[in-house]
Design a protein around this ligand. Structure first.
Ligand SMILES: C[S@@+](CC[C@H](N)C(=O)[O-])C[C@H]1O[C@@H](n2cnc3c(N)ncnc32)[C@H](O)[C@@H]1O
Length: 214
């Protein structure tokens, strides 16, 4: 298989596979077999911090603990765990892997957990959420930048959207273009955008972004 992601030499084998699947069915199968080990692998082995940095950035600006928050690509609920500790109790998780949602469900921290594909139209009305977090899901072979357009649609005016984009995914897909178009169209504006550490033990960085919907 052609290696299209850099930093592969020291990469955890399951993470490597997750970034190199050929179709959604393969990715779903991968998460099905990984779901129970995911937290231990990403937290203890590779030093993933996407859930921490995206939540910390959002909570610099969002303090109302009754905010309705969408955790897009929630996986096993690492973002939800932080939000729960900070007192947020109206968090909706969406993910396309039922196995990952099952792990999140065991933690009993989400208001609801919904099976959904973020590469399709979201199953939410316009202006539904006060904030959206998407950690670790804008990554190679997962969800691309078009999902940002749907995030803006379902987020309320003045609501915040916090997300990470793995560096190789940022370089390979038109994130900068879609972000700029949303800005030109007056749909959102940038609060913070930082190039920062993302997977500590593999030397991988990400773009960490916080935008506010207009
Ligand atoms: C690397 S995990 C990140 C999970 C979690 N946000 C975290 O920070 O640990 C990526 C997640 O994206 C989900 N995913 C991949 N493609 C998706 C899609 N098209 N729609 C919704 N979720 C998707 C996977 O099932 C997985 O749970």
């Amino acid at each position: 298989m052609e290696e299209f992601v850099k930093n592969t030499k020291s990469m955890h084998p399951t993470v490597f596979s997750a970034l190199h699947t050929n179709c959604k069915e393969e990715l779903d199968e991968l998460y099905k077999s990984w779901a129970k080990r995911y937290d231990a692998d990403v937290l203890n082995t590779i030093g993933y911090i996407g859930h921490i940095i995206s939540t910390e950035l959002l909570l610099k600006y969002l303090s109302a603990t009754d905010a309705r928050i969408l955790d897009a690509g929630c996986g096993t609920g690492l973002v939800g765990e932080i939000l729960e500790r900070k007192g947020f109790d109206d968090v909706v998780g969406v993910d396309f892997s039922q196995s990952m949602l099952d792990q999140a469900g065991e933690k009993s921290i989400y208001r609801s957990l919904e099976l959904g594909d973020l590469t399709q139209d979201f199953a939410f009305d316009d202006n539904t959420f006060d904030a959206i977090i998407c950690a670790g899901t804008f990554t190679c072979g997962h969800v691309g930048p078009d999902a940002l357009i749907e995030m803006v649609r379902v987020c309320k005016i003045s609501g915040y959207i916090s997300f990470t984009v793995r560096e190789q995914e940022w370089d390979g897909a038109p994130y900068a273009e879609i972000i700029a178009k949303l800005e030109q169209d007056g749909r959102w504006h940038c609060i913070e955008q930082i190039y920062t550490d993302y997977i500590l033990n593999e030397g991988v960085s990400c773009q960490l972004c916080l935008f506010q919907v207009c």
